[in-house]
Design a protein around this ligand. Structure first.
Ligand code: ZN
Length: 146
């Protein structure tokens, strides 16, 4: 990939991230089972709730505050994973973690979440991008907060 294409792609990724930061999808809790999680190094503070029925993650919402990477990633997570089976969601969460560790050949099923691939080059921001994904992972493992 040449540098020009690369920077165009990065610009597109930045646009997607800023769009989800400014216009978050599925923000606001409705009293479903949830997990609350913090990233002290950045001040990010996220709660993710989900409705699981018949093996399908039917609804995902989030709330909280934090940096643009963290907040946009939570919004992207809800859009990317809502409506998928629990197994598929668990697989995509692991795939997202692998991508953040630098894996390049990742599933297209990550859809918009692929825009965070570049964040893997910035170790300090990886926790920001993965925070909501960790919360959902815990939630699907049955670690529900009061
Ligand atoms: Zn952050």
């Amino acid at each position: 990939m040449n540098d020009n294409l690369n920077s165009n792609l990065e610009q597109l990724y930045r646009q997607v991230i800023m769009d989800h930061y400014k216009n978050p999808r599925n923000k606001g809790l409705t009293g479903l089972p949830h997990v609350h999680i913090k990233n002290p190094s950045c001040g990010d503070d996220i709660t993710v709730e989900a409705l699981v029925e018949d093996g399908i993650v039917k609804k995902i919402h989030f709330n909280g505050s934090g940096c643009s990477i963290c907040m946009s990633s939570a919004s992207v997570l809800t859009e990317t994973l809502e409506g998928k089976s629990v197994d598929e969601v668990n697989n995509l969460i692991q795939e997202f973690f692998e991508m953040m560790k630098g894996k390049e050949d990742v599933s297209d099923n990550l859809e918009e979440a692929l825009v965070y691939q570049g964040v893997s080059k910035f170790p300090a921001r990886i926790k920001c991008a993965t925070l909501s994904w960790k919360a959902l992972e815990r939630l699907l493992n049955g670690e529900v907060d009061e």
